[in-house]
Ligand binder design. Structure first.
Ligand code: IPM
Ligand code: MG
Length: 353
């Protein structure tokens, strides 16, 4: 297992350090794991002038999987757009063709208190959002800001090809087959042609999956249903921009953005694994960030890239056990719980493993 580690900015290095300890533990148990380190985001801009330098591209191209912390920070806000840390993230997704973004939103029963919704609305919540990650308005051309008729205009292009929709639909149908066989595709077909095509192609692709119950929902309604009755969903599939927004919303149902991992996959199970939260520069360097989403990202890596279901479950069970023991980082702490720092949470997961 050749794994590239890109810690990135803010709390990235701290949370990655704990995930690396988990990888080291697997290595000590006989897994053939090699780690190599590289730069992405703001730290890469500082060192090389580019958020996704060529040397990082070479490193991740040769790796089987990438573990990423987070990118960004206020000190980079003034940079021109192509030099922004977020561009590094968009560039690596595109360069590695990581078109399938899997974002599970699971409510751990131990954390039900942390949700802003009533416990009965969210208890047992287990949704998988499949977000298309290399197309849509994020990458569509033409794009820009220019002067027309004496005033500035800003424009972007929402665009999807049939092939792009088909391949993400297949991933989503297959994910649904492994779960409760329900797939909800989300679009805005009442207004946007691009998403009419999305709906048509998802519908056509669904003919090959008669065992999966397919439904469609408009994105505004989906945003509402996610807080009204989130348990109606099993797998959700949607485009890049709607998926960006809905996955943040879904994560908050679980009360703990610090708990949620993600996988971004190409067609050959190569993957980039990262927590869905950001670089949290306000708490960086204080040993208080929650490393569990990053540790759970290692579990997803074991499952999706390396096909090591046992190792994945070992990590997930260790996290669950730590929560059952009443151990918490401050972001997920409720009354009566023992609050741990980042490193101490890493210790607890390792001993539970
Ligand atoms: C995410 C983030 C990124 C995105 C940003 C940082 C470019 O919000 O992974 O959801 O919009 O895709
Ligand atoms: Mg986002």
């Amino acid at each position: 297992m050749n794994i590239a580690i890109l810690a990135g900015d803010g709390i990235g290095p701290e949370i990655i350090a704990q995930a690396v300890r988990v990888l080291d533990a697997l290595k000590a148990d006989g897994f053939d794991i090699e780690l190599e380190y590289g730069l992405i985001g703001g730290c890469a801009v500082d060192a090389t002038g580019e958020p996704y330098p060529e040397i990082t591209h070479q490193l991740v191209s040769q790796a089987d999987a990438v573990l990423l912390g987070a990118v960004g920070g206020p000190q980079y806000d003034g940079l021109p757009r192509p030099k922004r840390p977020e561009r590094g993230l968009l560039a690596i997704r595109k360069a590695l063709n990581l078109f399938a973004n899997l974002r599970p939103a699971i409510l751990y029963s131990e954390l039900a208190e942390a949700s802003s919704l009533k416990p009965e609305v969210v208890a047992g919540l287990d949704i998988m959002i499949v977000r298309e990650l290399t197309g849509d308005i994020y990458f569509g051309e033409p794009r820009g800001i220019e002067v027309r008729d004496g005033q500035r205009i800003g424009f972007n292009t929402m665009i999807y090809s049939e092939a792009e929709i088909q391949r993400i639909a297949h991933i989503a149908f297959q994910a649904a087959q492994k779960r409760n066989r329900r797939l909800c595709s989300i679009d805005k077909m009442n207004v946007l042609e691009c998403t009419q095509l999305w709906r048509d192609v998802v519908e056509e692709t669904g003919k090959a999956y008669p065992d999966v119950k397919l439904s469609h929902m408009l994105v505004d309604n989906a945003a509402m249903q996610l807080v009204r009755n989130p348990k109606q969903f099993d797998v959700i599939v949607t485009g890049n921009m709607f998926g960006d927004i809905l996955s943040d919303e879904a994560s908050m149902l679980t009360g703990s953005i610090g708990m949620l991992p993600s996988a971004s996959l190409d067609n050959h199970n190569k993957g980039l694994y990262e927590p869905i939260h950001g670089s949290a520069p306000d708490i960086a360097g204080k040993n208080i960030a929650n490393p569990l989403a990053t540790i759970l990202s290692v579990a997803m890596m074991m499952r999706y890239t390396f096909n090591q279901e046992d190792a994945a479950q070992r990590i997930e069970k260790a996290v669950k056990r730590v929560l059952t023991q009443g151990l918490r980082t401050s972001d997920i702490a409720s009354q009566g719980m023992q609050v741990l720092g980042t490193r101490e949470m890493g210790d607890a997961v390792l001993s539970a493993m």
